[in-house]
Ligand binder design. Structure first.
Ligand code: TCH
Length: 322
């Protein structure tokens, strides 16, 4: 399972927890403007917007889990295993593999409006990237900080939803999460007042206004918990404070090894959490075993060029011996 979050303070910040029972060869990858992006069924993009994100590189190609481009447009793929259907979309549409959606949209669009226009005419193919790499069943979180949209490839077609919450998890489809959230409107960061007519009773500790906030790792519960913490967030208005707060919100929905066992008997854990700054382009991340926050700058020089730039994930730092 995964959780994606859009959070705005001084500027928009985008990111996610990637929860999975295995590593997929992930590293931070910058695709610069002149890296030739080839596609299965549409002509290559020889020049495009540069992007930064977490990807595995297979056959020389960046397979992104999430990324942001140099214009501040973010797109993340999250598991959607029961509902995702490919092929999906207009039969006469622009044909892309699901793994091509992030490079294509981020390579060609500046804004969420433009990406939505493209999505309306895209057909998602059921063509594996490599014979031993089937298409991942995904839905997507798209944002430029002004407009946030969820795209779900369903049997009925590609469904697009405006997202006023700025949170995406996994199944079931997005309308459920919106409706479910309404059941938690009574939660508050403030202590509860007596409404039972029992004046001698008082809250005996802090945090009791949010009693009932679901604490488990299911998609619906992570959705509500991330939304509660995002809306009740109090945070300084600079990049350091915002990134720190962003990771604290993601921590509330992170998976601790042992708490979630898959049907194959494996442990789902938060492999990494990331936060991308739309203002500076910096990609911040921390891994399950790494502990501290690391960052990769998306400087002007790194946006130019024609070769992928790959940054293996930092291990836990050595202790400083005094
Ligand atoms: C599993 C990832 C989503 C995180 C998530 O929701 N996990 C839940 C797992 S579970 O329900 O709890 O079992 C998704 C997000 C992006 C996906 C990757 C990207 O789509 C890029 C390629 C696409 C290839 O077709 C498959 C490998 C792959 C490298 C994908 C592997 C995996 O499906 C990823 C990493």
């Amino acid at each position: 399972m995964c959780t994606s979050l859009i959070f705005t303070t001084d500027a928009p910040y985008f990111g996610r927890n990637l929860d999975l029972e295995y590593d997929f060869g992930q590293q931070v990858v910058i695709t610069p403007r002149r890296f030739p992006l080839t596609f299965k069924a549409v002509p290559p993009l020889e020049r495009h917007y540069a992007m930064i994100g977490m990807a595995t590189v297979a056959a020389g190609w960046p397979l992104y889990a999430e990324a942001m481009n140099e214009k501040g447009l973010y797109l993340a793929g999250l598991n959607f295993p029961h509902s995702a259907r490919y092929p999906c979309g207009r039969e006469d549409g622009l044909s892309l593999g699901p793994y091509e959606l992030i490079p294509w949209l981020l390579g060609t669009c500046e804004t969420a409006d433009q990406a939505v226009e493209q999505l309306r005419r895209i057909r998602l193919l059921d063509v594996p990237f490599l014979p031993d790499m089937p298409c991942a069943p995904l839905h997507w979180h798209l944002s430029d900080g002004k407009r946030t949209v969820v795209a779900e490839p369903m049997a009925e077609g590609l469904r697009l939803y405006e997202d006023p919450v700025g949170v995406l998890t996994n199944e079931p489809p997005f309308p459920f999460h919106q409706a479910n959230l309404s059941q938690y409107l009574g939660l508050s960061s403030a202590n509860p007042e007596d409404r039972m007519g029992a004046p001698e009773l008082k809250p005996f500790g802090q945090g009791m206004g949010a009693l009932g906030l679901p604490g488990d790792c299911s998609p619906a519960s992570r959705y509500v918990r991330a939304a509660f913490h995002k809306w009740n967030s109090v945070c300084g208005g600079n990049e350091g404070a915002s990134v720190s707060q962003f990771f604290h919100i993601l921590d509330t929905v992170a998976m601790v090894r042992g708490a979630v066992r898959t049907s194959e008997g494996k442990w789902d854990v938060t492999r990494y959490s990331c936060c991308i700054s739309a203002a500076t382009g910096a990609y911040y991340y921390k891994t399950y075993d790494g502990g501290t926050v690391s960052g990769v700058a998306f400087s002007r020089e790194r946006r130019e060029g024609s070769a992928l730039a790959c940054y293996p994930l930092e291990p836990m730092p050595e202790p400083r011996l005094l």
